[in-house]
Design a binder for this molecule. Structure first.
Ligand SMILES: Nc1ncnc2c1ncn2[C@@H]1O[C@H](COP(=O)(O)OP(=O)(O)OP(=O)(O)O)[C@@H](O)[C@H]1O
Ligand SMILES: [Mg+2]
Length: 235
């Protein structure tokens, strides 16, 4: 579904990604594991058009998307739920969801998607008129995922969905992501500080160190890898 080849990204004179290549197969959940500063968010930001790669190729469904502006990439069906969630704090929950569908062209399944969001996140359905800035951290994360679903995306990229959220809600959110994948066939690229959890829910994983891919494979196998266990799983 997504194919990254030899991606090089710089911030000024500092190189954040070094010749990065990996793939996200259709219908899979892929986790990017890496320490703080490894370049995980940079990968997502580059794929979604917020950063420009110096060289390299990013293909989504067989078509080159690098160099396209972010809204064009969303229109193709690739949604980014960024670190810090970036919802509109002054707008209501319902208005935030509507904003997600703003650029959606095919609106035939819009109300179906809305009902789906309410079914997986009943808390959101109960708070439609509430100002988004007054939602709890976990509820804001649910709203951000809901907004991405409203865009009609086939693939979702999530940056640290568990950040600053109570463990019980983290569990709910991850269950919903798995559901999104299993029931709707959505492809997911996940960046997550909680590597234990991320490796449990994903099919495949890539390990990023200082902007370079150092390991990749099935998540179940990487969870057993002694290097990974020592560096990322706290064993
Ligand atoms: N706008 C920027 N300008 C300059 N350097 C940046 C910028 N954004 C990120 N960097 C640098 O690029 C490197 C990768 O950052 P990135 O945010 O992608 O890491 P990360 O893996 O997401 O880290 P974290 O786990 O802390 O979120 C870091 O060294 C960071 O300081
Ligand atoms: Mg990050």
């Amino acid at each position: 579904m997504l194919k990254i080849q030899d991606l090089n990204v710089f911030y000024g004179s500092i190189q954040a990604l070094h010749g990065l290549s990996f793939e996200v197969p259709v219908g899979k959940i892929v986790t990017l594991v890496g320490a703080n500063g490894a370049g995980k968010s940079t990968v997502l930001r580059t794929i979604s058009g917020l950063n420009r790669p110096t060289t390299g190729s990013i293909q989504f469904e067989g078509k080159e998307i690098s160099g396209l502006p972010p809204h064009r990439i969303v229109e193709r069906g690739l949604a980014h739920v960024p670190e810090g969630r970036m919802i509109f704090l002054n707008l209501s929950v319902h208005e935030n969801l509507k904003m997600g569908a703003y650029r959606r062209r095919d609106r035939t399944h819009l109300s179906e998607d809305q009902e789906y969001i309410y079914s997986i996140f009943p808390r959101i359905a109960e708070r439609l008129t509430q100002q988004a800035g007054t939602l709890s951290g976990g509820e804001q994360q649910m709203l951000a995922i809901g907004r991405a679903i409203m865009s009609g995306a086939k693939m979702f990229m999530l940056d640290e969905p568990s950040l600053g959220i109570a463990p019980i809600l983290v569990e709910t959110i991850f269950q919903r992501l798995v559901e999104l994948n299993e029931r709707r066939g959505s492809t997911i690229l996940l960046v997550e500080q909680n590597a234990n959890l991320a490796l449990q829910v994903s099919h495949l994983a890539c390990v990023l160190e200082s902007g370079r891919l150092t390991l990749s494979g099935k998540s179940a196998e990487l969870s057993e890898n002694s290097q990974v266990r020592k560096a990322y799983l706290g064993h």
